[in-house]
Design a protein around this ligand. Structure first.
Ligand code: NIG
Ligand code: FE
Length: 414
């Protein structure tokens, strides 16, 4: 896609503005979301050039766009997804409605293993086609950068297949995309009684190969009871670090698994889920640079207690929010809905939630120089809303579509 140059006029409010590159927002600062009323915004070659009062808009003979009194926000950064999968899993959704737990479904060979069986049957081309349709849909919901994990392959051939699909998405879409290697998502049935053999496959076969092809940016592990233990997580992250893959891990989704401590020891970029997280673990995070990524869509869909977001903010932590889009625990990539859940269920203010899913999420993907705020020099990946009364209307009107346009590098994609 060619990068756009245009002048947007008649913006009711520019949200998340900053002339300088903003710092990560922690604790009470998470609520600070600078906004400017009645503005123009100029975009040049796909990047934000300038903004200011509409009455001082520059003379411009190129393309103009009337925001029609809508708000303009930085696009969402969805820093945790499993978007490359073969099939949806609504049958397991039905089983859960009838009383089975996620762990029971998993122990019967369902869940992640079910997804892996289906993925093994698809060619790389077919998998790419399905993933591309889903990515396009996520972008149309306002996502302007994304992280995508492997983890439904669970053997060298299929894990690499997923990572190659992500590489192709990177080539064909003009939003920043990061890939995480998550072969340590579940033990394949044939390794249930022989964990060391699967870990050897990850560390001695998959890691060298994906590193040689430059297929991953991060290494993830599902550190959880009945999945990967802290010792196993430690071993995998240690091996990944030899290939310069930083860690971002799933932990504390169902139990205090000990993953937070291991992640911090490995200087992980993030620990994701944390539905179960006690004061000691919050204290550990406070003394680290590891970011807590909360996934209220998964907790909502699993009908679980949500992560203690307010306690984390009160402790001074930076909060990050993402969708966790996947066929098992969050079959939606709709970030506007995550915004509503964050306010309604996690009790974040609209400002806190927006910072967590834009600026802080950009930090978690190490793309804060490209996205996360309306700052000259950053990519013009933006959302223009329909005319709304205020920022709070966005999370308040849950389930309604308040997005009018999405711009990627200044080009309107809807
Ligand atoms: O983030 N918890 C581990 N991984 C995913 C779910 C994967 C699945 O059920 O397919 C998650 O919730
Ligand atoms: Fe996940």
């Amino acid at each position: 896609m060619a990068s756009g140059s245009l002048l947007i006029r008649n913006i009711k409010q520019l949200v998340g503005v900053s002339k300088e590159y903003p710092e990560l927002k922690k604790g009470a600062d998470l609520n600070k979301l600078p906004c400017l009323d009645q503005c123009y915004l100029q975009i040049e070659n796909g990047k934000i050039k300038s903004f200011g009062p509409d009455s001082q808009a520059p003379e411009y003979s190129g393309e103009q766009l009337d925001a029609k009194n809508g708000l303009v926000l930085p696009a969402f950064v969805d820093c945790h997804t499993h978007l490359v999968f073969a099939e949806w899993r609504e049958r397991e959704f039905n089983d859960r409605i009838h009383g089975l737990t996620y762990q029971e479904i998993a122990s019967r060979g369902g869940g992640i293993l079910n997804s892996a069986r289906k993925l093994g049957l698809l060619s790389e081309e077919a998998l790419y086609e399905r993933a591309a349709i889903r990515l396009q849909a996520a972008i149309e919901c306002g996502t302007g950068a994304i992280e995508i994990k492997s983890g439904y392959g669970l053997n060298p051939e299929n894990e690499l297949k997923i990572l190659r699909v992500i590489k192709k998405l990177k080539e064909n879409f003009s939003i920043p995309i990061k890939a995480s290697f998550l072969a340590a998502h579940a033990y394949p049935l044939e390794f249930r009684e022989n964990h060391p053999a699967y870990i050897r496959q990850i560390t001695e076969v998959m890691l060298p190969q994906l590193a040689a092809e430059g297929l991953a940016d991060y290494c993830d592990v599902f550190c959880e009871q009945n999945f990967f233990s802290t010792e196993e997580t430690d071993q995998i992250l240690e091996a990944a670090s030899k290939y310069q893959l930083k860690a971002r891990i799933h932990t504390n989704q169902f139990t205090n698994s000990g993953g937070i401590e291991i992640a911090i020891r490995h200087q992980a970029v993030s620990v994701d889920h944390l539905e179960v997280c006690n004061s000691e673990e919050i204290e550990l995070l406070k003394n680290s640079n590891t970011l807590p990524v909360l996934l209220p869509g998964a907790a909502f869909f699993m009908n679980q207690e949500h992560a203690p977001a307010r306690k984390m903010i009160e402790a001074g932590l930076p909060i990050v929010l993402a969708s966790d889009f996947n066929p098992g625990t969050c079959p939606s990539s709709n970030m506007p809905f995550i915004l509503s859940l964050a306010c309604i269920q996690l009790r974040l203010s609209p400002e806190e939630a927006l910072n967590a899913m834009t600026l802080n999420a950009a930090y978690s993907l190490e793309i804060q120089d490209q996205l996360g705020s309306i700052t000259p020099g950053k990519l013009a990946n933006l959302i223009i809303t329909k005319p709304v009364s205020s920022l709070a209307f966005l999370p308040y009107s849950f389930g309604s579509n308040w997005i009018d346009r999405v711009l990627i590098q200044g080009q309107a994609i809807i």
